[in-house]
Design a protein around this ligand. Structure first.
Ligand code: ADP
Ligand code: MG
Ligand code: ZN
Length: 220
């Protein structure tokens, strides 16, 4: 089959001439499922392969470090803390030619322009590795993760261990009464739960239904 440069551009309209497309990898699951661990593992391997890595996280997550991403198992990797996508782009774009791999942790806290940004990066030939929560503590999809999952080359969906029964956990259970979606990593505020043990709702007084014994409603 004849393969002209013009023809190739027609097939891959978003790819810049002479640049190999990159790759979007999304690591997702509930809290404690090992997303940050997996992100750190992939970025460290990229560094071993002498790839130039830039890693970002939102400044909401001040759990352990301001200059690193961190896992609950205390693994860390140097990262730049940014307040939003605008700042991320402002920091990254001046050095973009020197960066081959872009890592982003806690991606659920960035706005939906992360999706277009990821496409832009892949068209520039970058490998983009994104970790973020798939659902909120009410069990709803956590934007912009659904769109990132849709456009990814690879999706890694991890489970945690249910803190009630030990089964594989797909949910993040909020333990306090705060309704904030942006409370991050505070010990004792969230735990991983399986579908059977997950209690997404709270009653009108803010006391959680999950504190009722199982089957309490039938016993009344
Ligand atoms: P995430 O980024 O998904 O919140 P991390 O990578 O920060 O997860 O942490 C994963 C680590 O957390 C595990 O390797 C384990 O050491 C620890 N951990 C604590 N609680 C749990 C749990 N309920 N299920 C699985 N791992 C847990
Ligand atoms: Mg994490
Ligand atoms: Zn359970």
């Amino acid at each position: 089959m004849a393969s002209t440069a013009v023809g190739q551009h027609a097939i891959h309209p978003g790819i810049h001439p002479g640049i190999h497309p990159g790759r979007i990898e999304v690591i997702t699951g509930p809290m404690f499922s090992g997303k940050s661990e997996e992100l750190i593992r992939r970025l460290k391997r990229a560094q071993i392969a002498k790839r130039r890595v830039a890693c970002f996280k939102p400044d909401l997550d001040v759990r352990y470090h301001r200059t690193a991403i961190a896992s609950h198992s205390a693994q860390t990797l140097e990262a730049l803390t940014v307040t939003n996508m605008e700042e991320l782009k402002a920091v990254l774009m001046p050095m973009i030619d020197a960066v081959e791999v872009v890592g982003i942790d806690e991606a659920q806290f960035f706005d939906p322009s992360l999706v277009g940004f990821s496409n832009e990066m892949v068209h520039l030939g970058k490998r983009v590795i994104i970790a973020g929560l798939d659902t909120t503590f009410t069990g709803e999809p956590f934007a912009p993760m659904p769109d990132l999952l849709a456009i990814a080359d690879e999706v890694v969906k991890l489970s945690a261990v249910c803190m009630q029964c030990g089964a594989p956990a797909v949910h993040t259970q909020r333990l306090g009464s705060s309704q904030s979606l942006v409370l991050v990593g505070a010990a004792g505020v969230y735990e991983a739960r399986c579908r059977a043990c997950f209690r997404p709702w709270t009653d009108e007084h803010g006391a959680e239904q999950m504190e009722l014994p199982v089957g309490a409603s039938e016993q009344r």
